[in-house]
Design a protein around this ligand. Structure first.
Ligand SMILES: [Zn+2]
Length: 128
């Protein structure tokens, strides 16, 4: 089979339990891309910025990001508990214009950011 992340071919040992649901990733990718919920808390004037992401220190192309976005369901469960805060998702496209969001969100006390992979938000601390 062809791995959906690295496009390498790999051998699948098909058994009755995985005959109709074979693994989509090679062994290397299935070990390397295990999602973890990372959390960074940045105190800002009058509030908190909380940043959640699933992958730290990885380089992902657009195809890989699209595939791994299904793991956002882990973060969606966290969002349900934090309904009174403003929540923004950051992806590889929106991070390019990230500073443009600040005039719109600066008045919120608690801001939650979510992303698939880690972006360095500390460099935007002066905007808060
Ligand atoms: Zn792979």
């Amino acid at each position: 089979m062809k791995c959906k992340l690295c496009d390498n071919y790999y051998i699948v040992d098909l058994k009755l339990y995985n005959l109709f649901n074979p693994p989509e990733l090679c062994e290397t990718c299935s070990l390397e891309y295990i999602p973890h919920v990372y959390q960074e808390i940045i105190p800002v004037s009058g509030g908190l910025v909380t940043y959640y992401y699933l992958y730290d220190d990885v380089k992902l192309n657009m195809k890989q990001e699209e595939y791994l976005e299904k793991n956002f369901k882990i973060l969606f469960k966290k969002m349900e508990k934090l309904t009174r805060n403003i929540t923004l998702f950051i992806d590889s496209k929106s991070i390019k214009n990230f500073s443009e969001y600040f005039p719109l969100i600066i008045n919120f006390k608690n801001i939650n950011f979510y992303s698939l992979k880690r972006h360095n938000l500390i460099k935007y601390i002066d905007y808060f």
